[in-house]
Design a binder for this molecule. Structure first.
Ligand code: HEC
Length: 157
């Protein structure tokens, strides 16, 4: 019957369209992670996220916790500064994003004990990019330039 055939073709086309759409969305999400320290709106949103989610440990001035390089009695590390005295700016955009989203276990392995939370499910990808963009916007020009260079080497253009 013709109408059944038409329906079948329509269904096949619909499924193909949906799959194609999903593929495009996944492609977009899988794109390279880029911080936006020069985008005032993103930085302002990031500062709000920082104050709400990060400042208790990493410090209101991004200064980190006292003696952050010495392990605590429980073997864990204190929160490092996010200003230029820390090593946040030594890591490329994607590494910072992954540590924030999935926790330090992303680089140190699943058994690594840390007070740094994983923000997957608590912050959206856009919020994570915003908060890291805010952090980068606070670095002096020299650290920002070095970080741009680290990104150029880390991410194939
Ligand atoms: C409960 C305390 C706590 C909170 C809240 C917290 N962190 Fe952390 N963070 C840590 C600790 C502790 C470390 C050190 C990780 C380790 O054990 O190696 C760390 C490490 C990091 C690092 C790696 C820095 C580096 O130089 O390697 C990044 C990036 C980071 N935090 C981002 C964030 C962001 C962004 C937020 C807020 C959205 C946040 N953290 C909230 C405790 C915290």
């Amino acid at each position: 019957m013709l109408s059944k055939k038409v329906l079948l073709i329509a269904a096949v086309v619909l499924v193909a369209l949906l799959l194609g759409y999903q593929y495009t969305v996944q492609q977009n999400l899988a794109g390279p992670i880029r911080l936006m320290p020069d985008d005032a709106a993103v930085v302002a949103q990031g500062q709000e996220v920082y104050v709400a989610e990060c400042a208790t440990c990493h410090g209101a001035q991004l200064q980190g916790q006292l003696n952050w390089q010495q392990r605590l009695p429980n073997g864990r590390l204190p929160a490092p500064p996010h200003d230029e005295t820390g090593h946040t700016w030594h890591h490329d955009d994607a590494s910072l994003f992954n540590v924030t989203k999935y926790g330090p276990q992303f680089v140190a392995g699943p058994d690594y004990q840390s007070d740094m939370p994983a923000y997957e499910g608590k912050l959206t990808d856009a919020e994570i990019i915003a908060v890291l963009s805010y952090i980068k916007s606070e670095w002096p020009a020299e650290a920002r330039a070095t970080h741009d260079e680290i990104n150029r080497r880390a991410v194939p253009q």
